[in-house]
Structure formats: structure tokens, C-alpha cells
Design a protein around this ligand. Structure first.
Ligand code: ADP
Ligand code: ADP
Length: 233
């Protein structure tokens, strides 16, 4: 089954002389359980597409079906609800709150859930164990390495059990060893059924996903590359 369907998506910024067509008739389908990366040069529309996929922004026109619901023209409140229910986000910067422990950081997405505090803490601890940080619950971000901080951010992204995990340059601030730790975790989460869509400019990162989508000038120019195809780019 399909989990993401972008259909004839246009995103236009500005108007008249300053008009920019950031997305120019993008159609893209991601099936449930896929592990995809999105690549392409700077300015090719990757972030714009991720913002729309992530329900952080609306397309100018076109349809976006997320888990079979057209969310393209929902209002901000509805989008926020969908985001919280269906999506997890990981960014290049970890965006952890420095004064909170790892455990407390991971409970943050559950503030709107009507769960007793002890259950929120239990779920947060479980998510941290899933990323190998069961022994770091009480550490604050500055007591953790970069790789560990990104793993806390990943735990935070999965604690509400999203159907899709969206990652924007998740290894951009990491060295090659911690990059591999983080990719191993994405691989395990994907194996457990979470659909993963990741933007990266690193071929060695994209090569570890199953499918590569390539953007250029606001268009999808390749939607089904395999890791082997990247050798020639
Ligand atoms: P990428 O993520 O591939 O670098 P973006 O999606 O950020 O590409 O940008 C696609 C195009 O849209 C670029 O020409 C960029 O300058 C333009 N753009 C992105 N965001 C805005 C914005 N908020 N206002 C105006 N133009 C924008
Ligand atoms: P990892 O590979 O899991 O990211 P490292 O080998 O880089 O871990 O770090 C080992 C230990 O050193 C970590 O468990 C962490 O406690 C500590 N550490 C590493 N880098 C930092 C840092 N920048 N700030 C604070 N502690 C750090």
C-alpha cells in the first residue's frame, strides 16, 4: 500500500518578477515500509518537498495523500494534528533542549497525549532503549556525544509511533563512524516497519537506503534509482 502520494505538486514562491517555481509538477509515490533517500543539487526543491511531505507547508496546487487522506489544503491546526499523529522528524541539528535530560527531551512530543506522566516516561525510556541509550536516560545533551544526541533526537521522533520518519540531512553534523551508528538505527527502524524518507547529499549515505529519488530544478528527474546506480553519479 501507498503511504505518500504527491500528485502534480506545484510550489510557487513570490509572484511576478520574483516568482520562483520551487516544485514544478512533482509526482512521487512512496509505499509503506520503503526506505528512500532524496538527492539533488542545492536549490532543486528537496527541502520544499520535505516540508510539504512533513505537513509543515502546503503546496500551491496538487494533491498530497498521506496514509490515503488528502492533506494538501488542510489548515494549520489540522496539519499539526496529522504531524503529531503520523510523522516523526529528524534534522541535521538535533534540536534538543539543553536543560532537559535525554528522557525528558523524548517525552516532549507526548505533551498533547492524554497519558499519565509515568506512562510518558515509560514510553520515552523504551524509545531510548530502542536507539541503544537505555543507560543514558538522565544525561543532559552536553553530556552526550554528537552521535548520542542524534540518537536521542531519533528516539524523540519515534516515541509517538509514526508511520513515516522524515530525516533532513540527519548525518550532516556527524563524523563517519557516528554516521554509521545513526544509519544502523534507521535501518533497524525501517526493518520494524517504519517508512523512512531521508534527504542527503552524501552518496555513501544514500547508498544504504533502498531507493533514491533525484530532484533537479524543482522536478523529480529519477524516482527509482538503486544504490548500484549511484556509483555512476
Ligand atoms: P533544496 O532543498 O534542494 O536546496 P529548496 O527547496 O530549499 O531546495 O529550494 C528550491 C527553490 O525554492 C530555490 O530556488 C530556493 O531559492 C527557493 N525557495 C525556497 N524557499 C523559499 C522561500 N521561502 N521563499 C522564496 N524562495 C524560496
Ligand atoms: P558515540 O560514538 O556513541 O557518539 P563517542 O565515542 O563519540 O560516542 O563518545 C564516547 C563518550 O564520550 C560518550 O559516551 C560521551 O559520554 C562522551 N563524549 C563524546 N563526545 C562528547 C562531547 N562533545 N561532549 C560531551 N561528552 C562527549
Amino acid at each position: 500500500p501507498e503511504i505518500i502520494r504527491l500528485e502534480n505538486i506545484f510550489k510557487i514562491y513570490g509572484s511576478g518578477e520574483t516568482e520562483v517555481k520551487a516544485l514544478n509538477n512533482v509526482t512521487l509515490i512512496v509505499r509503506q515500509g520503503e526506505y528512500c533517500s532524496i538527492m539533488g543539487p542545492s536549490g532543486s526543491g528537496k527541502s520544499t518537498a520535505m516540508n510539504i511531505i512533513g505537513c509543515l507547508d502546503r503546496p500551491t496546487s496538487g494533491s498530497y495523500y498521506l496514509d490515503n487522506v488528502n492533506v494538501a489544503q488542510m489548515d494549520d491546526t489540522q496539519l499539526a494534528h496529522i504531524r503529531n499523529k503520523k510523522l516523526g522528524f529528524v534534522f541535521q541539528q538535533f534540536h534538543l533542549l539543553p536543560q532537559l535530560t535525554a528522557l525528558e527531551n523524548v517525552t516532549l512530543p507526548m505533551v498533547y497525549a492524554s497519558l499519565p506522566k509515568n506512562e510518558r516516561l515509560e514510553k520515552a525510556a523504551e524509545a531510548l532503549k530502542r536507539v541503544g541509550l537505555g543507560n543514558r536516560l538522565e544525561n543532559k545533551p552536553n553530556q552526550l556525544s554528537g552521535g548520542q544526541q542524534q540518537r536521542v533526537a531519533i528516539a524523540r521522533s519515534i516515541v509517538n509511533r509514526p508511520v513515516v520518519l522524515l530525516a533532513d540531512e540527519p548525518t550532516g553534523a556527524l563524523d563517519s563512524r557516528t554516521t554509521q551508528e545513526v544509519l544502523d538505527i534507521f535501518g533497524e527502524l525501517n526493518a520494524s516497519g517504519i517508512t523512512v524518507v531521508m534527504v542527503t547529499h552524501e552518496p555513501e549515505v544514500a547508498r544504504q537506503t533502498e531507493r533514491i529519488v533525484w530532484f533537479r530544478d524543482g522536478e523529480v528527474i529519477e524516482s527509482n534509482l538503486t544504490p548500484a546506480d549511484l556509483v555512476n553519479t
